[in-house]
Design a protein around this ligand. Sequence first.
Ligand code: ADP
Ligand code: MG
Length: 611
Amino acid sequence: MADKYEVLKQFFGYSSFRNGQEVLVDALLAGRDVLGIMPTGAGKSLCYQIPSIMMNGITLVISPLISLMKDQVNALVQQGVNAAYLNRSLSDVQYKKALSNAERGKYKIIYVAPERLESNSFLRFALKADISLIAVDEAHCVSQWGQDFRPSYLNIISFISKLERRPVVGAFTATATEEVKNDIVRLLNLNNPLSVTTGFNRPNLFFSVLKHQDKSSKLLELVRKRNNQSGIVYCSTRKGVEQVCDLLNNNGITATRYHAGLEDTERVKNQDDFVFDRKSVMVATNAFGMGIDKSDVRFVIHYNMPKNIESYYQEAGRAGRDGMDADCILLYAKSDVSTCRFFIENIEDNADLSKEQKEYFRQREEERLKQMVFYCTTSNCLRGYMLRYFGDKYMRVCGKCSNCLGRFDTVDITVEAQKILSCIIRTGQHYGAKMIIDVLRGISSERIQRAGLDLQSTFGIMKDVEPSEIQNIIEKLEEQEYIVSVGAEKPVLRVKEKSYPVLKGKASVKILKAKQSKQKAPKPKASKPNPPAVDPELFNALKVVRMYFAKRMGVPAFVIFSDATLTDMCRVMPTTYAKFLLVSGVSINKLEKYGEAFLRVIREYMAKNTN
Ligand code: ADP
Ligand code: MG
C-alpha cells in the first residue's frame, strides 16, 4: 500500500498533517495503542482513518451517535473509501445486507454504536472478521466524569477481550481533564498508549462577551449582520428555544429548532434542514451537539450563559471546524446565573450516588459556575482565560477577542517592516538589532563607515523614528517569526521565509498597540467569514456548483467540498486537472467526480475578468 502522505492526498486531498496527527497515525501503524486528545475541529478522524486504509484488516469505529456516523460514512464514501455503518437507522433488510457485505470483506471501515457490540449477529461477524484496528471516537463517553456518559461504552472492553486477536485500539476525544483521561485508559484497557494532547487554542475563532439589556434586539442585529451564514443559537431552556426561534422567523431569518421535548421525527428533520443548508440558523438547547459535524458553522451565539466553561468551549467550538474564521458570542445577563444555579440544585437524581457524592458534585458544579461567570465579567483576554482554565499554554493578549480589541488597536506596520527587513538583507544578515537600528537611523559611526554600511540604500531611511520604536518593531517581527535572532553571544538577525511575501508587497504585517486615548473603546468588529483575497463572485459561483452536487448526491454541501476548500480554490484558481489537485481538500476521487464542473466555472470567471 502507498505511504501515509499518498493516502492523505489521494483520499483526503491534503498535503500536510496537522499538529498531532502524524505521530498518532505512525503509532497506530506500528501497532501501538493511542489516546488522542485534540480540540473539536483539529482533525481526529483522519488519525484513525488513514491507518484504517493502510492496514490489512477491517477497522471498527465506535461512535456514540447515529447522525455522526452517517456524515462520516458519507464523507468517506465520497472520498472513495469503502465504509459503512451498522445501526438501528437501517431497516432489517438493509442491516442484513450490510452485515453480509461486511462478512464478504466489502468494507474497510465500519462504524458502530457501542450497543451494537452486544448484539449476537454482530458478534458472530466480529469473531470471524479480521479486525486490525478499533477506534473509539468521543472516548470521554466511557467516563462518568464526562458530560456525555454512555454506559454501553463500558462494554467495549469485554467485546475486545472476546476477539481471538486483540486489535490495536485508538481512543479519541476533545475532553482533557485528568479524571476523564485516566478513565479512558483504564476503562478501555489501553496498553501503554501513546498519549498526545494538542493545544486547545482554536486560532480561527473570535470570542466575544456582550452585556446587553435587550438581548432579543441584539440577537437580531447579530444574526442579520451574518445574513445567510450557518449559525447556532444556544438557549438554556426549551421555552427559550421556542421564543428565540419564533423571534428569528418573524423577522425574516430562516431558523429551525432542536430540543429534547420535540418528537424524534421533527428533531431529525430540523437537524437535516440545518445541515443541508435549507435553514440557516439552528436554535437549540445543549441537546443539540455532539453529533454535529457540519464544518461551515460560521457563528455560535449563546443567548444564555452555559453552566461551565467546559460546556461553553465545546458548544462554541462547533463554529469554524473547517478552520475558517468564525464568531463565538455570548450574550451575558446576570439572571443567567440563577438559571444555572437552579439546574445545579436540581441535578437529576442518580440513584448510584451516595449523599456525600451528590454534595461533592454539587459543590464542584458551583465552583465551575463561578469560573464561567468570571469569564463573562473579566476584562482580560477571553481566549487566554479559557486556555488557562484548561491548563494549556496561554497568552495575555490574543488580539482576537472582544476584550483584547477593546483595549488594543491593530496597526499596519508593513512599510516599517519592509524597511527593517531589507536593511537586514542588504547588510548581509551579519548584524544584531543595535547595528541595524543605527544603519536605519543613519548614524555615521566608525564601525558603520568601516563596513561601508553608510553606502547602503537603507542607510538613514528611518532617521525620523525613535530607536526604541524601531527596537519595538524588531521584537514584534521576531515574535511573529518574520526574523530570528541567531547565536548566543553576539546574536545576529536573520530573515525567515515568511518575510519574502512582505518584501514583495504580497503580505502585510500587523501588530496590536494599546489604545492611546481614554475615549471609550469602539465595539469590536466581528471577524470576516473569508479572507479578503477571495472574490465573492467566484466563491458564490463555486457554491452554486457545490450545492448542485450536494443535492444530486443527497449529502450536505460541506461533504462535497468545505468552505476552506472553496476558498483555496479561489486563491489557487486552477485551470487544469493537475493544478486542481493542488487545492487543499481535493482528493483524486473528488477530482475525478467534480473537477470538470468546478474547473469550468473558474475558467469562465477568468475569461470574463481578463477582458
Ligand atoms: P474532530 O473530530 O477533531 O473535531 P474532524 O476529524 O471532524 O475533527 O476534522 C475537522 C475538519 O478538519 C474536517 O473538515 C477535516 O477534513 C479537516 N482536516 C483534518 N485533517 C486535515 C489536514 N491535515 N489538513 C487540512 N484539513 C484537515
Ligand atoms: Mg470527531
